[in-house]
Design a protein around this ligand. Sequence first.
Ligand code: GRF
Length: 199
Amino acid sequence: MNFAVFASGNGTNLQAIIKALKKGKINANLALVLSDNKEAYALKRAKRAKIKTVVVEAKNFSSREDYDAEIVKILEQEKIDFIVLAGFMRIITSVLINNFRNKILNIHPALLPSFKGTHAIVDAFNYGVKVTGVTVHFVDEKMDHGPIILQGSVKVEEDDTAETLEAKIHKIEHKIYPEAIRLFSEGKIKIEGRKARIA
Ligand code: GRF
């Protein structure tokens, strides 16, 4: 199976995925890294690993739907079977979701359904939770909502700061995202209603 990673920023999750691929832990082909941000460090990581990259900038499109239609065209050209969102900072529309129903994975740095949104780590920290974590889930029309594939928990210690907590969360992300991709690419995840069951 061919897959694409979408990333807007640093790309540490992309790096963890590349590492897992190199170690033979994921039996799929990372055919494309797509970004909306030409400055994304993720693109440098992809190029270093000799993975094809493409930048699609929002400013060239008049609506989110048009943007996503262009992406669908690119994904079809590259024969992409599934998509991995790794810090892709755009809301995606039904144009993309309908073309890749239950074939888009996302990682969110909190234990969903708690702390949705773009500031999940700081939100959880400021709320004073004692346990937070990471969620890998399928993407549907609602933000941070689709069936949950894997979760990993992180304890918030008394001496943690938002920064130390973030570091702990990233560490778990880099473990569970490659694992979720492995399970998906091996056809081991079955969706039944809200539940993603792992065979
Ligand atoms: C991660 O924390 C992920 O959970 C969130 O965006 C961040 C991306 O980090 N969706 P990176 O670009 O992979 O380093």
